[in-house]
Design a protein around this ligand. Sequence first.
Ligand code: ASP
Length: 443
Amino acid sequence: MGIKVAKFGGTSLANAEQIKKVQNIIENDSNIKYVVPSAPGKRNKDDNKITDLLYLCHAHVKNEIPFDDVFKIIHDRYISIVRELGLNINIEKYLDEVKKNIENGASKDYTASRGEYLNGLIIAELLGFDFVDPADIIFFDKNGRVDMNKTISAVRSVMKKHEKAVIPGFYGTSNEDGSGEGKVKTFPRGGSDITGAIIARGVNAEIYENWTDVSGLLMADPKIVKDPKPIDTITYRELRELAYMGANVLHDEAIFPVREVGIPIKIKNTNKPEDPGTLIVQDAAPITHSGTITGVAGKKDFTVIMVEKALMNKELGYGRRLLSILEANGISFEHMPSGIDTISLVIADSELEGKLDKVIMEIKSECNPDTVEVYPNMALIATVGRGMAYTPGIAGRLFSALGNEGINVRMIDQGSSEINIIIGVEIEDFERAIRAIYKAFVK
Ligand code: ASP
């Protein structure tokens, strides 16, 4: 077995008890050479994430309000973690330094990044691993994107000197003014997932393990379907489809660094390490028994604008004119199923806010349609699966299941890759439709 990179999320590191579970996982697997921690997250649902508290400190300083009380909460959490783990590290010294820097007007990104930084120091001490500051190996370019070439070669050469290391997640060094004189810059929220993926690629890991508080992806939302089955293997493409519909276990951008080089990601549960978890791979053999889906997920709050015009198919530039109205109004659309004389635009309500009447008026005046109809309160449901491609009868099964439940399907869109079928239903039918689809495919 080659090198493993293991990233642990905030709930896996929320207190000493959780951190001991993490220690156990790492000490039982000598292939885990590089560990990427998040900042301590919530210990229960009313708790605060350290990262949120750090943002709060920064906002206080910016508004010239004393931040001692907020910082004390952060301070006390790290102190109790170190004490309960029985470590010798002088975390007080690091906390003082961080506090002083925040007081002196440190940037928002620097302030937020200290949650991971401090946690990284603690975890490195606990494991006896080296500590590597990601500010020295992860570089952003002038546009705020990761400079992948520079970063990967830095990760590669620095990691050669460290057989085992802890690298805090969530931040690197910016190069906004192009001078190379960088300041700390963070990824978007939840970005430690991205750090883990970058390290995995840099060290050419055999696998990138992402440890969290769920045992991988489930075939459906457990709030809708009772005890849905876990997904053992999913391809990057399927994950993208399901994640877009709200099935989220991993930061969107964490896929790309590893996908390009074919490193698989394994989602695992720190609280139930014996659970198999979900493996995310580049390609997986299609499931051989026909009629299997990988998962079903959906999102509410869409509006469909249906435009009808006789002989639309013969009218040059009709689609372009229609879409340029959306573009001019700064609206992006999700899907555009069409017929000979019709085009439907499926748009998230958040995109349309306050703009619907204007858009309809412009469609009437610039596209001269026979009718324009608006269907609000729609939900989209994606049934996703590589096993669906080239398998006759899938659509039949899906639509019979919905028909038997008396659910009216307002829109159908099959992705060109045949790995997903998207349907639009009324919001009030949303949960029932997901249950019906799940039941049609999972026995
Ligand atoms: N601590 C950061 C956040 O709360 C990054 C992460 O946990 O991935 O967003």
